[in-house]
Structures are given as structure tokens and as C-alpha cells.
Ligand binder design. Structure first.
Ligand SMILES: Cc1ncc(COP(=O)(O)O)c(C=O)c1O
Length: 390
């Protein structure tokens, strides 16, 4: 088999601008950190670096939770970590479903044996507190779960009121911040979030591969006081606590290089400052939105709840969205995302996450899109769009 095969050339990726739903562009210093020599995952220098990661993650999550660390795995591992540690077979849980990721969480919870009550909203709209309040009258869920930033639709569901309702009903609050963390306010302690997870490849601008998580003391009490073992050995916080705690009991081999990258990415986030970073994301979103409006293109997500870091753009009538996306990639080296599920063919997903969120990238995207539209016969005044964005 090997003899017959021609050895491939080394892989040299093209210089893409990553303006899709993630991964986002990564700073050179993060890529550079990944090329440093390996040390063992129990090396004292590595352990010290991991402690720094935990401290920086607490800052980025805005929490004092002791149990804050990166799970080895992507954002979905963070989702499974939170759900699997809190759910025991037969538990009732309430999950807000307004896109792909709420749907995924239902699947994960059912696989853990939960009885799932869904609170649904049309894709593109938020989960309203009133819907949660109504559902809470009919049951006693162990937790309420919300996708803060629904990457499949571009909607950002406000959390504080839902958190208050959940706690009043004796439920924990679980929050997906895969797309929100680092790009808009996420205040774990102030909002009373009990279990939260994220991913590295969106607004933290790090490659995919780790899932930052944080559990409140209340969530930890649930996870440690379980009757049955956590269904997943790999994601069991009772085992991971010893690995990520002071004892450093071997559990698995941490992905060394990914932790170097996260350490550097978090340093960059905190050097910029959370407030400044959120403002940058908001301003570039407004610039993009203004430029798109000048091209008669509108955002698809609910007004006043549109994500800054992930813009869902309605595809105009008569335009084949795939043709535009392909030309952006092949002629302009710009990656954007397609619609998923019921939004397939109807929207483009344009990410302005982390390093990608710059005014220069907004202009580059608008110019490229305008030129493609003109080529396809949809008259577009590119200069007007750029003036509007400026
Ligand atoms: C909101 C949300 N949750 C969960 C995930 C799953 O993360 P991953 O693809 O890193 O496993 C994603 C990925 O795009 C996401 O956007």
C-alpha cells in the first residue's frame, strides 16, 4: 500500500482570511507559541503555565469559580462536559432551542438519559424570558440551558432575566458561550451562571482544540454529589479536578501545544482589555452592517439582538449563495459560512471574530462582495458601501 502511494508534498495552506463562523484568524504570536519545543505535560514549567491559563480564563469568564480550566477537545466537548456532569438518567432539563447548537445540546442531554423539555423559538430569534417562565411553571428541571450566541442564526439571547427565573425555580443555569466569549460581554458571576463552556477558535482567536469551562460551587456540588458515576470517563469533572488541581494526578495527556496557544491567545485578550475588545467587535459589526445596508443587504437575525461577531446576511432573491461564497474563496481568499438547516441557501454567515474583527477586513469583504455582485449583474455601488462602512 505504502509503496504504491506517492508521498504527498508538505501541506502549505493558502493565505485565507477567515470570515466564517469559526475558526477565526489567529495572531502570529499564537502560531509562534505553537512551534515552541514540547515539555512533558507534568513538567513543573508546564504546570505553572496551566495555572496561569486558569487564572486568565477566570478573568475572561469574569468569575471566581475555582473549577475553571480548558477541557481537551473542541467546543462540543465543553458542551458534553457540562451536560454529562450535571445530568443523571431520568433528570428533567429545560433547553432553549433556536438553532443548530440548542438542537445539538438536546441530543447530548438525551444521550445522557435526561428527559428534555424544549423551549423553542424560530431560527434567528432569541429565547424570550417569558417562554422560560411559562415552561418553569410546568416542571422542575435540574438545569435550564441557553445558547448565548447562536452561531447558526446570528442571534444573541440575553441571559440575566433567564438566570433569575431559573434560580427562583431551583434550577441551575447552563450557558454555551462558544461564540460569545471574548467578543461580547460574558459575566459568569454577575449573571449567576452555574455551568459555562466555550471554544478556542472563535473570539479568543486560537486554533480549535480546547474548550474552556467553568463550574460554580453549586454546579460542583451537583457533580460531586451524584448517585451514579458520570457517563463519560474522559469528561468526568471528579477525575479532571485532580488533574487540573494542585495534586496533578495523571488523567490524560494534555495537548501541550494547544495549551501554549491558549496561553498566548488569553494574554492577547487581556492585554487588549475586555471592554476594548467588546467595543472593537461592536464597532466593526456596525461598520459591516452599514456597508451591507448601502448594498441593499440586510441582516437576518432579530433586530436589537444581532451578534457583533457573527453576522447572518440575507441572500437577495435570485442570487445563488454558493456561487458568491465560492468566488469569495477562490478569487479573494475570503472564507465565509453558509446557512444551516432551515436557513440553508437563505443566508451567508460572516464572522468578525477576534483577530478577524478589523475595519480593514470589513472593507476587504465589502469590496470583494460588491465586485462579485456587479459581475453577477446585481448593480452595486462599492464606493458607497465603503463610505457607509467608514
Ligand atoms: C454556539 C456553538 N456551540 C457549540 C459549538 C461546537 O463547537 P466545536 O465545533 O468546536 O465542537 C459551536 C461551533 O461552531 C458553536 O458555534
Amino acid at each position: 500500500m505504502l509503496r504504491a502511494m506517492q508521498l504527498p508534498e508538505p501541506f502549505l495552506p493558502p493565505p485565507r482570511l477567515l470570515m466564517g463562523p469559526g475558526p477565526s484568524d489567529v495572531a502570529p504570536s499564537v502560531l509562534h507559541a505553537m512551534s515552541r519545543p514540547l515539555v512533558g505535560h507534568l513538567d513543573p514549567t508546564f504546570i505553572k503555565m496551566m495555572e496561569e491559563i486558569k487564572t486568565m480564563l477566570r478573568e475572561v469568564f469574569q468569575t471566581n469559580n475555582e473549577m475553571t480550566f480548558p477541557v481537551s477537545g473542541t467546543g462540543s466537548a465543553g458542551m458534553e462536559f457540562c451536560v454529562a456532569n450535571l445530568v443523571e438518567p431520568g433528570d428533567e432539563v429545560l433547553i432553549g432551542v433556536n438553532g443548530v447548537f440548542g438542537t445539538r445540546m438536546v441530543e447530548v442531554a438525551e444521550r445522557c438519559g435526561a428527559r428534555v423539555v424544549k423551549v423553542e423559538a424560530p431560527w434567528g430569534r432569541i429565547i424570550e424570558p417569558g417562554q422560560i417562565a411559562e415552561a418553569l411553571k410546568r416542571g422542575r428541571p435540574k438545569f435550564v440551558a441557553i445558547i448565548h450566541a447562536e452561531t447558526s442564526t446570528g442571534a444573541c439571547t440575553p441571559v440575566e432575566e433567564i438566570s433569575r427565573l431559573s434560580h427562583d425555580a431551583g434550577a441551575l443555569l447552563l450557558l454555551d458561550t462558544v461564540t460569545s466569549l471574548g467578543g461580547c460581554p460574558v459575566r459568569v458571576d454577575a449573571w449567576g451562571i452555574d455551568a459555562v463552556y466555550s471554544g478556542t477558535q472563535k473570539c479568543l482567536s486560537c486554533p480549535p482544540g480546547l474548550a474552556p469551562v467553568s463550574l460554580s460551587p453549586r454546579a460542583m456540588a451537583v457533580a460531586t454529589g451524584r448517585k451514579r458515576k458520570v457517563q463519560s470517563w474522559y469528561l468526568d469533572v471528579n477525575l479532571l479536578a485532580a488533574y487540573w488541581g494542585q495534586e496533578r494526578v495523571y488523567h490524560h495527556t494534555a495537548p501541550i501545544t494547544m495549551n501554549y496557544a491558549l496561553h498566548e491567545a488569553l494574554r492577547l485578550v487581556l492585554a487588549e482589555g475586555l471592554d476594548a475588545r467588546w467595543r472593537r467587535h461592536e464597532q466593526n459589526h456596525q461598520a459591516l452592517k452599514a456597508g451591507l445596508a448601502a448594498m441593499s443587504l440586510e441582516l437576518a437575525a432579530q433586530a436589537d439582538h444581532q451578534l457583533w461577531q457573527l453576522n447572518t446576511v440575507r441572500v437577495p432573491k435570485g442570487v445563488d449563495e454558493a456561487v458568491v461564497r465560492k468566488r469569495l474563496l477562490t478569487d479573494f481568499n475570503i472564507e465565509i459560512g453558509a446557512g444551516l438547516g432551515p436557513l440553508k441557501g437563505q443566508i451567508w454567515r460572516v464572522g468578525l471574530m477576534g483577530e478577524t474583527s478589523t475595519r480593514a477586513n470589513v472593507h476587504r469583504f465589502l469590496s470583494a462582495l460588491g465586485r462579485i455582485q456587479n459581475d453577477l449583474g446585481r448593480q452595486t455601488d462599492v464606493a458607497a458601501a465603503l463610505r457607509a462602512a467608514a
